[in-house]
Design a protein around this ligand. Structure first.
Ligand SMILES: [Zn+2]
Length: 256
């Protein structure tokens, strides 16, 4: 199985379903998606072994909140959560102008990237997260198995080698909780880093453009709105680049 292949198709299915809803259906939508098989949620590692647990959860729901308004600028927000029954849900809020045909392609690739990002969250921890390969190190306050833990071990090794692992993880967790005051931390914290990179990778691959084209334009937006400063943007890009080299060595860059 190729890296990323199955999750990409899951992200594409979500994106296609949303695109079908966009213009003709009510402004509130609900789409149920079946996860075709366990492998489809693992995504990036051939070495990843499945556990034997019989998982009950093989689906997730997409909730759509659409705001159509003439002249409005495209804005897509999404978050993962669970419904009243504890089932996984991705909620999208989309502002767009349906007269603006040139935004069509932009919506598609952006939705694809965001969907890959959110599905990655669902598979890192929570109901769609399977156990994965055994890990030697665990971290206080984080799951003790699964993809999240695997990521944490790689991040600690890459970005803070030799430091106390629990202190490192705690600092990161605290920074994440205060991320609204500290957005440059949010963009690179352990809970978000992998999802961001995954989203940009899939978006770039589908649009056949270099990955840093999307990373830079995303960060430029943050700088433009005063959410981070230019030197933070450079720092974030460096860390995203390092993580991309590890997870997606085949990604294409503007300057290579
Ligand atoms: Zn996220």
């Amino acid at each position: 199985m190729s890296r990323g292949g199955r999750t990409r198709s899951l992200a594409r299915r979500v994106t296609d379903a949303i695109m079908r809803h966009l213009d003709y259906r009510p402004t509130l939508g609900r789409i149920n998606l079946q996860v075709p098989d366990e492998r489809s949620v693992f995504c990036w590692s051939d070495k990843w072994k499945l556990d034997d647990t019989d998982h009950e959860c093989r689906h997730f729901t997409v909730i759509l909140k659409l705001k159509r308004k003439r002249g409005t600028e495209l804005d897509i927000g999404a978050e993962v959560g669970s419904d009243l029954f504890g089932e996984p849900v991705i909620t999208y809020q989309i502002f767009y102008d349906r007269q603006n045909k040139s935004a069509r392609e932009e919506i598609y690739y952006e939705l694809l990237g965001i969907s890959a990002h959110e599905i990655e969250h669902l598979t890192e921890e929570g109901l769609l997260a399977f156990q994965g390969p055994r890990q030697h190190k665990t971290y206080m306050g984080f799951p003790d198995s699964g993809k999240m833990l695997h990521n944490l071990n790689d991040m600690h090794r890459l970005f803070s080698p030799g430091t106390d692992k629990d202190l490192w993880a705690q600092r990161d967790l605290i920074a994440t909780r205060n991320s609204f005051e500290n957005e440059e931390v949010y963009l690179i914290c352990a809970l978000e880093l992998n999802a961001f990179v995954k989203g940009f990778y899939e978006q770039a691959r589908a649009a056949r453009r270099p990955i840093d084209f999307f990373m830079r334009s995303y960060l430029n937006d943050y700088v433009k709105h005063g959410r981070i400063q230019q030197h933070h943007a450079e720092l974030v890009l460096d860390i995203w680049r390092t993580w991309t080299h590890l997870r997606f060595p085949k990604a294409r860059w503007l300057d290579t």
